[in-house]
Design a protein around this ligand. Structure first.
Ligand code: MOS
Length: 741
């Protein structure tokens, strides 16, 4: 609109605008907030999996040095359940123990150490009940009570071609059939920043500093939990140290901290201990999935069935639906059946995690596709090309833009796929068995309404503000880049603002939607801010353009041009005697949403080495090529896709929290035993993107990409393990004991 193409920062490799603050320790996360007169809270968690608290002995804690308050179900702070897809109960409101690791008490003291020590003095006696904590090996569960935040909706879908009576008939009719059942244990977000809250009341308004993926959702959620009007709660979260789904909705800890601060008349800070994050802030459900495929001998799919049973908490939470997001969109098929169920257990509430349905769902589907490639003898890339979808199954709905075939082709070239040996266990390098595998990535390109305020200011900068969150992915920088482009100003003159629920409502940082939703709103706000500047130029008596028609005035790179020459916005603001001029504007998906499907696409290629004596699997090479529309920042695009692939490597090889069947205890609820990839586990990851702006998705053309990299990447690893060893491990994670075949 306004900047010369050579000057725009869009698509370049731009350092994070907040990078220096982070590496110098000046970036303040929720736990870093220092306020006067701060008190510190510590939690007491249940040590049984189900039952009632008979008594709690809090005397020693109450008398311990520095203790200011002790809150228990017998002396509770009033709170309300959060609703939505959070827990169905509020902490401390009754004596019921619903899962092991539930909040049953809180101590507030004058120092962190004193609060923690006093919390350990509290003793609880329980009447226990038997715990349900095992996911049956068989599939049949019960239909889910609801599906994510949208509430109840069916998760049973069947699409049948004309003349086909049932999915069973369609599956039976296949010349080649595959049936595969895959399982995975509870997994955790494991964000580096633990959930933390600093709550500060001013009269009857509270400012809550807490890491979040969505300041607005947190503010209204915490207000509901406290039972106060939404405008009484302001959530401030300039930096969030990773969320991955675990900071999408407020859990019990934030409102409890705010309630404790209100009761004490003093600010309170609560930082969850690492093991507390594992039970108090969600996880990915354990899951069993079965995929059945029917195909012709030349690999063309005629039927796909994808069924699942996921663990679900008796105290609410997210419903994991792995099949509907994947099987219906990855490949063309005339017959499709999806049935997703849950098994209700006495476990902590699960929540969305890292491409919540798509990552586990794609593991099942892409494992089955690899098995089909083996059975038909067709190259895995060729098999996927033969089943390429141009419309959503069962509909005529095309994609807004789709260059998945190019991802396969370019990825195969970059990776050197043609050097692959199709026969398992046929490539070795010393004591290492070497194999390669690939998989497809597809993730929905959602869009949420977003509002942005842009102000030209008399110091020569322009602020661009939206109540979005930067969860470490680079939203600060994206906001600045898109505004610099829209205003034709250098990046250094843009001041981005986000992470505050008092800013204009921003898009949430989940569902990979921040950039795609926010960029069009930045463009709209820029256009409106420029209009406001034109009007100011025409209306201001001391302006060189006074009395002219604003429509005749041109804006270019921070200047207004017209009859009478040119003036900068700083000069015009000075002439008008005002500090700023601008606009607040919104953007949302329009009618195009009814005509098109919107997804981002990619292809993963992986090489693994498995030690023939120890079974140790190592990922040795990885190439990912994606089609995400327009790329805003090369630096953070690459980083996000690398991060997604690392999630996939963790998913495939490492991440597991075994649930003890008799106690309901999550047995690896700490970072010593819950393994996530470390640097030594990760090879150089080659990331490449196509550059096809998706102007149907939005005029700006940038779709989301945050979660795309973790869809399919676990399957690419597992398929490479199969190619290396001839062993098809269907029970994640693929640990070395399963490879001593
Ligand atoms: Mo992501 S699981 O949509 O935060």
């Amino acid at each position: 609109m306004t900047s010369s193409s050579t000057g725009s920062p869009v698509g370049r490799d731009i350092e994070r605008v907040d990078g220096r603050q982070k590496v110098t320790g000046r970036a303040r996360y929720a736990a870093d907030q220092h306020v006067e007169h701060l008190a510190y809270a510590a939690l007491v968690l249940s040590t049984v999996g189900k039952g009632r608290i008979r008594t709690m002995d809090t005397d020693a804690a109450a008398k311990a040095p520095g203790v200011l308050a002790v809150h228990t179900p017998f002396a509770p702070l009033k709170l309300y359940a959060g609703g939505g897809f959070g827990e169905s109960f509020a902490p401390l409101q009754d004596d019921t123990v619903r899962y092991r690791g539930q909040i049953i008490g809180m101590v507030v003291a004058d120092t962190f150490e004193r609060a923690r020590d006093a919390a350990q003095l509290i003793r609880a006696d329980y009447d226990t009940e038997p715990v349900r904590a095992s996911l049956p090996a068989g599939l049949p569960g019960t239909p889910p009570p609801g599906r994510g935040p949208a509430g109840a909706s069916t998760t049973r879908t069947t699409v049948l071609a004309d003349g086909v009576d049932s999915i069973e008939d369609a599956l039976d009719a296949g010349e080649i059939t595959v049936q595969t059942t895959v399982t995975q244990p509870v997994q955790h977000h494991a964000a580096m920043e633990p959930h933390a809250t600093t709550a500060v009341w001013h009269d009857d308004h509270v400012t809550v500093y807490c890491g979040t993926q969505a300041p607005g959702i947190y503010a209204s959620g915490i207000a509901g939990q406290l039972g106060v009007e939404p405008d009484r709660v302001r959530v401030v979260s300039p930096f969030t140290g990773g969320g991955f789904g675990g900071k999408s909705i407020p859990w019990g800890d934030a409102a409890l901290t705010a309630a404790a601060a209100r009761a004490l008349g003093r600010p309170v800070k609560l930082v969850l201990a690492r093991e507390q994050v594992f039970t108090l802030a969600g996880h990915r459900s354990s899951l069993t999935q079965t995929v059945r495929l029917a195909a012709s001998r030349d690999g063309v799919l005629s039927a796909v069935s994808h069924t699942s049973a996921a663990s679900y908490s008796a105290s609410g939470g997210w419903v994991l639906t792995p099949a509907s997001g994947t099987s219906g969109v990855f490949y063309a098929t005339p017959n499709l059946h999806v049935d997703e169920r849950v098994v209700t257990l006495d476990v902590p509430a699960a929540t969305a995690m890292r491409a919540p349905g798509e990552a586990p769902g794609s593991f099942a589907l892409e494992t089955a596709m690899d098995e089909l490639a083996v059975k038909t003898g067709i190259d895995p890339v060729e098999l996927r090309l033969r089943n390429h979808a141009t419309t959503l199954p069962g509909t005529q709905t095309p994609w807004s833009s789709k260059y998945l075939k190019d991802c396969y082709r370019i990825g195969a070239e970059r990776f050197g796929w043609h050097r692959r040996a199709a026969t398992p266990r046929s490539r070795t390098d010393g004591e290492w068995l070497v194999g390669t595998g690939m998989a497809t990535a597809v993730y929905p390109a959602g869009r949420m309404p977003a509002t942005v305020r842009i102000l030209f200011r008399d110091d020569g900068t322009a602020t661009v503000a939206s109540g979005a969150a930067d969860i470490g992915t680079g939203a600060w920088t994206v906001l600045a880049i898109v505004a610099a482009d829209a205003l034709g100003l250098p990046l250094a003159r843009i001041e981005p603002r986000l992470g505050d629920s008092s800013l204009p409502p921003g898009a949430p940082a989940f569902g990979s939607m921040t950039t795609g939703s926010t960029a069009p709103a930045v463009q709209a706000a820029a256009a409106d801010a420029i209009d406001a500047l034109r009007k100011l130029a025409a209306d201001t008596p001391a302006s060189p353009f006074h009395g002219q028609d604003p429509a005749d005035l041109r804006y270019h790179a921070g200047r207004i041009e017209g009859d009478g020459g040119s003036a900068t916005f700083v000069e015009l603001l000075a002439a008008a005697g005002t500090h700023s001029v601008g606009a607040t504007s919104s953007a949302a998906r329009g009618d195009e949403g009814k005509k098109y499907a919107f997804h981002s696409f990619g292809a993963h290629f992986c090489e693994v080495r498995v030690n023939r004596y120890t079974g140790e699997p190592r990922v040795s090479r990885f190439t990912t090529v994606v089609d995400v529309g327009r790329v805003v920042n090369a630096r953070t695009t690459r980083s996000q896709l690398i991060g997604g692939v690392i999630f996939g490597i963790g998913h495939a090889l490492l991440e597991a929290d075994p649930l003890e069947e008799h106690t309901g205890r999550l047995a690896a609820a700490n970072l010593g035993e819950y393994l996530v990839p470390a640097h030594a586990d990760i090879p150089p990851i080659d990331v490449h993107w196509l550059d096809h702006p998706d102007t149907v998705y939005s005029a700006f053309g940038a779709r989301g990409l945050g979660e795309l990299g973790t869809v399919g990447s676990a399957a690419a690893v597992a398929n490479a393990v199969y190619n290396a060893t001839g062993l098809r491990v269907r029970d994640l994670p693929i640990t070395l004991d399963k490879l001593l075949g």
